[in-house]
Design a protein around this ligand. Structure first.
Ligand code: UDP
Length: 262
């Protein structure tokens, strides 16, 4: 098979990005009304929706931990999300991703505040173009914040790797498939504590640390976008509340004036 050229003579990647550039990211907070918290992210051509329910009483009861909440994650990729139709339902890959994301989130949430409960996180991948576990985890972090669940920080995630011998962040599908290594990580941006790290392929120790530094910076940028999206959403809500209050006061004043005139 002919090897695709992933980096051109000018050092640009197939979509024109430099080594440290992220794909465009768009975040919508609380797209779902029935979940306690939710988030929709478009990251490049990845489209992912995350929802959170809870904390609620853990069921079945034998799962209950008297000292803390448990976080259950279910990652699912829709059959229409990839070029070659995916068989619907869970498989080994989605079980693995659900497990590692659930564990990462459990380490971010202040689980000791909600003993015997369960926090349910659902991640639906509607369109996939590599990096969906990181997109899903980043969306889940926002959905948890949207649900008002206390955390040590909002987790942010990003994958990177090595393509054509060069260290780059945020791999797209061609780079993920034809590249030499793939390293997804999730961190708590404030402390840079690592919540998730997986690796596929080969990197030297020097390359590994170089990539880790780039990914930590990428996660800090993503964290800023997460916070901005949450602030925008709740600022909007606050503004609507304020407008309603002002409107209410105006009507009240008008009524008092009318009564005085009568
Ligand atoms: N993929 C696919 N079919 C599958 C699983 C994955 O086409 O059954 C594609 C999809 O675009 C996915 C990418 O391969 O995003 C990389 O998958 P990986 O397992 O590395 O996880 P991800 O990078 O999405 O976290």
């Amino acid at each position: 098979m002919e090897k695709i050229k992933l980096i051109d003579e000018k050092g640009k990647r197939i979509d024109g990005r430099g080594a440290k550039d992220l794909r465009p990211i768009k975040i919508k907070v609380h797209p779902l009304n029935r979940a306690d918290g939710s988030c929709y992210i478009e990251w490049g051509t990845n489209k992912v929706i995350a929802s959170v329910y809870g904390p609620k009483e853990a069921q079945p009861k034998h799962l209950q931990d008297p000292l803390r909440a448990i976080v259950r994650c279910n990652y699912d990729m829709a059959s229409f999300s990839v070029d070659e139709r995916k068989r619907p339902g869970p498989d080994r890959r989605s079980s693995e991703i659900s497990k590692v994301i659930g564990e990462a989130l459990e380490n971010a949430v202040l689980t000791n505040l909600f003993p015997r409960t369960m926090i349910e996180v659902n991640i639906e991948v509607l369109e996939a173009d590599a990096g969906t576990r990181c997109t899903g985890l980043t969306a889940a972090g926002i959905a948890l914040a949207d649900a008002g669940i206390p955390m040590r920080d909002i987790p942010a995630a990003c994958a990177g790797g090595k393509v054509d011998g060069k260290i780059v962040v945020d791999l797209r599908k061609e780079e993920d498939q034809a590249g030499d290594a793939d390293l997804p990580i999730a961190i708590l941006p404030r402390t840079k504590e690592i919540l998730l790290m997986q690796m596929d392929g080969d990197l030297s120790e020097k390359e590994f640390y170089e990539l880790l530094d780039l990914l930590a910076d990428a996660c800090i940028n993503i964290s800023e976008m997460q916070k901005k999206a949450l602030l925008d959403r709740y600022k909007q809500e606050e503004d609507v509340e304020e407008d309603k209050e002002t409107e209410g006061k105006k009507t009240e004043n008008k009524e008092i004036k009318k009564e005085e005139e009568e």
